[in-house]
Design a binder for this molecule. Structure first.
Ligand SMILES: Cc1cc2nc3c(=O)[nH]c(=O)nc-3n(C[C@H](O)[C@H](O)[C@H](O)COP(=O)(O)OP(=O)(O)OC[C@H]3O[C@@H](n4cnc5c(N)ncnc54)[C@H](O)[C@@H]3O)c2cc1C
Length: 408
């Protein structure tokens, strides 16, 4: 692959950066402080819709969707989107301004790929327009959910409806006042072969029986205004046409959804790490200890050098995975996606940790973006599959490939 960004990509990077410099960074503290207020915890900062409207009017909208949807999405490839997501990663709320935030992105991809025309009309359109938000409910407190075959929630057919019962947690986005639809994974056929038991179904969040038990913190952070919820589904009744793709296809949909979603997180993490390194460089250039600027100490320089190496490694691996997805398809790119899903969160955590150390006490305080970014990055060693699960699969695939070659 060619490592140089195309002229089109360079132009798009300039646009996204320019938009963030002019409209988003100056508001960072105001918006973050608004979300710390307990009275407005789950409501959106009042100026947010205007920012989204502006981004949309400038064509910076749904940039993650590989399919061209006219003025709703330019249809960028994964390779073209990667450096834009990297910029968005530097500011927690930026992705949403461009309608590129999880879990909506994954849900939109599912609906675009597998949804019926009616489902697309009812839910994909408002999601693409940024009018509503959504959640994806797979993980359950009672079972090890890194193995999705364990999922217990029941989806039982009852005439022309399905009835859902179960308990979910870590349902990201569910606390948002704009969250109107959830894609729920559960079992329609518990006695079928292992990977045919599961289905995915659309559940409007105002359906009777959808109960938010509590919101969940990440190292004490609320992640407001979207948050993460524990949800109980008590005899939740939805029309049969809400089922996506068909009974027993849940696993297939989950696989299709997680490929692009995983790489988007990795793209943003490269941006997180870049911002951390930038802050670190500034701080150690300005601060003096033992009679000289911190940058004069060899250990500090080593930390900076290691961070640069690791960021560049992760950036190139992300681009390589994105390119493979574009040219050979998500399935063929699965090993590269697994590699970057293992590498990027660990890289971001390591770089953030060094930047925190170089900031001294300030690094763990609320005065920089480092502490919150560390908390967020650490969760990505778990969310969308823990490191070990990706290594387990990547290790198996690697051995199989070697053994297949040995037999030729
Ligand atoms: C901030 C955050 C947001 C999330 N958002 C969502 C969401 O929107 N929707 C949703 O459905 N879920 C979400 N999740 C849940 C996330 O996907 C799960 O936590 C994750 O898949 C792990 O499942 P589990 O918590 O049940 O851990 P378990 O399955 O109990 O696993 C525990 C640990 O066991 C180890 N382990 C597991 N398998 C192996 C293996 N093969 N080899 C070696 N070790 C292994 C790993 O260390 C793993 O972390 C979110 C989680 C977090 C923290």
């Amino acid at each position: 692959m060619n490592f140089e960004y195309s002229d089109k990509t360079k132009e798009n990077i300039k646009k996204v950066k320019g938009f963030m410099d002019t409209h988003l960074y100056p508001l960072e503290n105001e918006i973050i402080n608004y979300y710390k207020n307990r009275d407005t915890l789950w409501t959106q900062w009042p100026g947010f819709e205007a920012l989204k409207e502006k981004a949309r009017s400038e064509g910076l909208w749904n940039l993650f969707l590989p399919k061209d949807y006219g003025d709703l999405s330019p249809g960028l490839s994964n390779l073209e989107y990667a450096p834009l997501a990297k910029e968005m990663g530097k500011l927690r709320f930026a992705s949403e301004v461009f309608n590129c935030s999880a879990p909506d992105t994954g849900n939109m991809e599912v609906l675009a790929k597998y949804g019926s025309p009616e489902q697309q009309e009812k839910w994909l359109k408002p999601l693409m327009a940024g009018k509503i938000r959504s959640a994806f409910l797979m993980t359950e407190p009672d079972v090890a959910s890194s193995d999705a075959t364990n999922i217990q929630t029941s989806i039982r057919k009852d005439g022309d409806h399905y009835i859902l019962n179960g308990r979910k947690w870590w349902s990201s986005g569910m606390m948002s006042e704009h969250c109107k639809i959830a894609i729920v994974m559960g079992k329609t056929a518990p006695d079928a072969p292992k990977h045919m038991q599961q289905s995915q179904i659309l559940v409007p969040t105002d359906t009777p029986g959808v109960e938010i038990v509590r919101h969940m913190n990440v190292f004490g952070y609320d992640d407001s205004p979207e948050g993460h919820a524990e949800v109980r589904l008590n005899n939740v009744r939805v029309p049969a046409e809400n089922l996506i793709l068909g009974e027993g296809r849940g696993f297939e949909i989950a696989q299709g959804r997680l490929g692009p979603g995983r790489i988007h997180h990795c793209m943003r993490l490269v941006g997180v790490a870049e911002r951390a390194l930038e802050l670190m460089c500034r701080r150690v250039s300005e601060r003096q200890a033992f009679g000289r600027p911190l940058i004069k100490f060899s250990s500090i320089r080593q930390d900076i050098a290691k961070s640069r190496c690791e960021i560049e490694q992760a950036r190139l691996l992300t681009l390589s995975a994105a390119d493979k997805m574009d040219t050979a398809g998500n399935k063929e790119a699965k090993d590269l996606i697994a590699m970057i899903k293992i590498i990027a969160p660990n890289m971001a955590c390591a770089v953030l940790d060094r930047a925190i150390q170089a900031h001294g006490g300030m690094g763990v305080s609320q005065d920089t973006f480092l502490a919150a970014a560390y908390a967020g990055s650490r969760t990505l060693r778990l969310a969308d599959g823990p490191d070990e699960v990706h290594m387990f699969q990547l290790g198996r695939n690697t051995v199989n490939q070697v053994m297949e070659r040995a037999q030729v």
